[in-house]
Ligand binder design. Structure first.
Ligand code: ATP
Length: 126
């Protein structure tokens, strides 16, 4: 709601609603569990290979992008299901486009992870 006076209590409530969004994501969106697993593996690899600060920053941006897009994708899916429960070509397009956004960020993240980690893994073997 707009044009209300600033209230710290309301801002704290907004944070609580956003954290509830995380809870919904982890409980209801099974793809998010894959993102969590990939995040843990990447962070462990980052610590193991003692990657540089700039590499951490790029990896954190990738993790943030994938999670943020998965959250928006889930929001779009929920709204689409609310608006239309029957089969509908526009719903299909909207859902597939939102899913493509997540996939784009995920593919770019994997390529970046390969750029960072493959040379370090090779250095151990050769
Ligand atoms: N109401 C609908 N009308 C037409 N196509 C739909 C509708 N709902 C979903 N689809 C399509 O059916 C396919 C499966 O969608 P669904 O949402 O069930 O699974 P998903 O994309 O794997 O997502 P998730 O696993 O996150 O629920 C997608 O191509 C989607 O666009």
């Amino acid at each position: 709601m707009k044009n209300q006076q600033f209230s710290l209590q309301d801002r704290i409530k907004s944070f609580a609603y956003a954290f509830n969004g995380f809870k919904i994501l982890l409980i209801e969106e099974h793809n998010a569990r894959i993102h969590v697993a990939a995040t843990i593996v990447t962070i462990v690899a980052g610590i193991y290979f003692d990657i540089a600060a700039i590499e951490w920053m790029i990896i954190l941006l990738c993790i943030g992008a994938v999670f943020a897009l998965e959250i928006i994708n889930s929001a779009i899916e929920n709204l689409a299901d609310l608006v239309c429960q029957e089969k509908n070509d526009f719903v299909k397009k909207a859902k597939d486009l939102a899913a493509a956004a997540v996939l784009t960020a995920a593919i770019v993240s994997v390529v970046i992870a390969m750029f960072i980690f493959v040379p370090k893994i090779m250095a151990i073997w050769f």
